[in-house]
Write a protein that binds this ligand. Structure first.
Ligand SMILES: [Zn+2]
Length: 676
């Protein structure tokens, strides 16, 4: 899925689309107890205690690089979406949306036809690239390529203006890389060198599959690597990009043009068909200088090679099996440690969710998301907001002046639950049975056009950036809104049959996490209306930074795999949200238990507070390959499951009291961090 927004904070690894579970309860008392490792001491390694049983009983399936409670939910229920799609594929008298999702899916799973058609399907696209006569023709060609959703050379999209969040503006940004981050091109450690070698072999193999001679294919792979390395050198680092001021540079179109004199943005924009505008955000101006320098020196043939590569790479799913296997070998096997390619139907469910998510999601919601699920979520959101209100009011380190502002921001947070109030209209998107590649390209073009048409318009706060079946959640600082797709209100996050303690440790903490994002190191820079505007007194800002630095230092010490540490600065926002989220979920639970007079009710031998922490620990149970652990530690803003569990409880006297932990034990941090 393309990221069209700059700073949205999510709950999970990535915006991987994950289908929803059936409504049958899975968080039985048994499953909670069986997931424990009772031989572990909760005060020494709480994650091992909460998840040891689960980790032992749930090895990573061959077709996954990581296996988690999220993954379990997704896998159990991918079948639900599969049924919806298969029914839509064979039904008669279909609605317009059923025709689209059914024919899209049927075309995607029809591997025989895709194999038979071969690479001929790409001929019109290849011809267009081959027809590039000079560099002056590049803007028009790139507009076409970008219009089909293919990432090449740079990114251009739309998004809220950080300093006038009511309005959507054009955004130009770095892009055009095939490896997960610019660091992969620039680092010289043995792992990075080895990966680059494997990547070059993969690119060469792909060109060979296209029919190029081995020598030529090897030279082409070098071309791709050279161009991408030049772009990587001009790109900003992930940690730097977390600072909103560093990715906000409002320029006139002329000033943008001045950064890259060799490329006509006016021609590019007119071919792309964007609404006219006078200024835009150029997130990374230095990148556009590097882009221009590269454009001046690169040959026309090398540019064509680079574009051919990106075309094939982006549409690999609609190409014959040999391409799919080659892609798997590098991106999943080498990079992530996955042993086997996922079954075709699983990949096609994910593709349908990505391309037609609100058409598929609409059926899903009708069948599997009862109104009471929405009511329950809303009730919990209200309880968590009340807890955060109390937490802010009682903060020892913040002045009344800033507290007042923080409470105004809290009151302004918009809650979106389940699914959009208004469904996306796909009527102009043509989906044809038997045309997998065409469907994918047209769906990309539809989405690209939809995004760019927003330029100059008011920000639509009703819109969703995740599809309804997604098992995830997010906070958007420019909307000042929290969003919980229907997919997440399921066990182990929320179980209609479970006690409050478990549900507050799961869904309660998830809601707390998203609310706290409004006040993490990024969120705190945005005002109640979503504008990048300081509402802090200087003293309070200083105290806040000291406290978030404590979190940076804490997580910097954690080892993800081998010698690779968690990156404290990269994961700061998420870790702050985890810490604040669990603390306010605990406050909300205490109130709820007191109201119900259930403070002392033990289940399976555990007090409600102990079950609350078990609920928290168990949503993070996971097993992952070493390759995946390395990949995520380098690039992902979320800490590994182990530290999402342990990193938080170490900071909580409430945890230590609940389990009787003593000073000096590992789950009792000497310099406990406390922001929210
Ligand atoms: Zn988050």
């Amino acid at each position: 899925m393309r990221l069209s927004w700059l700073l949205t904070a999510t709950l999970l690894l990535t915006c991987m689309a994950m289908p929803l579970a059936s409504q049958e309860s899975k968080t039985t008392s048994n499953s909670v107890v069986n997931s424990l490792d009772k031989s572990a001491d909760p005060c020494v390694d709480f994650y091992q205690f909460a998840c040891g049983g689960w980790m032992k009983n749930n090895p990573i399936p061959a077709d996954h690089p990581i296996w988690s409670r999220f993954g379990e939910l997704a896998e159990r229920n991918r079948a639900v979406l599969r049924t919806i799609l298969e029914n839509a594929a064979k039904a008669t008298n279909r609605s317009a949306n059923e025709q689209k999702i059914g024919d899209y899916y049927a075309s995607c799973v029809d591997e025989d036809s895709i194999n038979k058609k071969g690479i001929a399907v790409l001929k019109p696209e290849f011809d267009r690239i081959a027809g590039l006569k000079d560099k002056a023709g590049l803007p028009a060609l790139l507009a076409h390529v970008h219009g089909e959703g293919i990432d090449a050379l740079f990114n251009f999209y739309s998004g809220a203006d950080f300093k006038n969040a009511k309005e959507v503006i054009a955004q130009a940004d770095q892009g055009g890389l095939s490896l997960p981050d610019r660091d992969y091109y620039l680092k010289d450690d043995p792992k990075s060198v080895e990966l680059r070698k494997a990547f070059s072999v993969h690119v060469a193999n792909t060109f060979k599959l296209l029919g190029d001679a081995p020598d030529k294919a090897t030279a082409e792979a070098k071309t791709v690597m050279d161009i991408e390395t030049a772009l990587a050198k001009g790109s900003m680092d992930r940690v730097e990009r977390r600072e909103p001021e560093k990715i906000y540079h409002k320029l006139s179109q002329q000033d943008w043009q001045a950064l890259s004199p060799s490329f006509s943005f006016a021609r590019y924009l007119s071919d792309l068909g964007t609404p006219t505008f006078t200024s835009l955000n150029v997130a990374s101006p230095d990148f556009f200088k590097a882009f221009d320098a590269e454009l001046k020196t690169v040959t026309l043939d090398d540019l064509k090679t680079y574009l051919r590569w990106h075309l094939v790479r982006s549409q690999v799913q609609a190409l014959p099996k040999a391409f799919v296997d080659e892609n798997f070998n590098f991106y999943e096997k080498t990079l992530q440690g996955t042993k086997e390619l996922q079954a075709r139907w699983k990949r096609c469910v994910a593709a349908a969710d990505g391309d037609l998510g609100e058409a598929l999601g609409q059926v899903f919601v009708e069948k599997y998301y009862p109104p009471e699920a929405k009511d329950r979520t809303l009730k919990m959101v209200n309880q968590l907001e009340a807890a955060l209100h109390q937490d802010i009011s009682e903060l020892p380190w913040m002045s009344d002046t800033t507290k007042k502002q923080a409470l105004v921001k809290l009151a302004a947070i918009r809650n979106k639950i389940g699914y959009p109030a208004k469904w996306r209209d796909y009527s102009t998107l043509k989906i044809e049975r038997g045309d997998a590649l065409g469907n994918s390209l047209r769906a990309n073009a539809f989405e690209n056009h939809r995004q760019l048409a927003k330029i100059g318009k008011p920000l639509d706060k009703q819109e969703w950036q995740m599809t309804p079946p997604t098992v995830n959640a997010y906070y958007d600082p420019t909307e000042n809104g929290i969003n919980f797709p229907a997919g997440i209100l399921q066990p182990p996050f929320y179980d209609f049959k479970a006690d409050d303690a478990l549900n507050f440790g799961g869904m309660g903490a998830v809601i707390g996490h998203e609310l706290t994002h409004g006040f993490d190191d990024q969120g705190a820079l945005f005002d109640p209306e979503g504008n990048l505007k300081n509402w802090w007194t200087p003293e309070d800002e200083k105290a806040f930074k000291e406290r978030t630095q404590c979190i940076v230092d804490e997580y910097d010490q954690f080892v993800a795999v081998d010698d690779v540490h968690v990156r404290g600065k990269l994961t700061l926002g998420e870790n702050t949200a985890d810490n604040g989220g669990l603390r306010i979920a605990h406050m909300a639970l205490m109130k709820s238990l007191a109201d119900a007079g259930k403070q002392a009710e033990k289940i399976d031998g555990f007090t409600p507070e102990q079950r609350f922490f078990i609920g928290w620990g168990q949503i993070w149970c996971q097993n992952q390959t070493d390759e995946m652990a390395r990949l995520l530690a380098q690039n992902n803003e979320h800490s590994p499951g182990k530290y999402r569990a342990n990193g938080v409880v170490q900071n909580m006297p409430e945890f230590q009291k609940a389990w009787g932990c003593k000073t000096g034990q590992p789950m009792v941090r000497a310099n406990a961090c406390h922001v929210w």
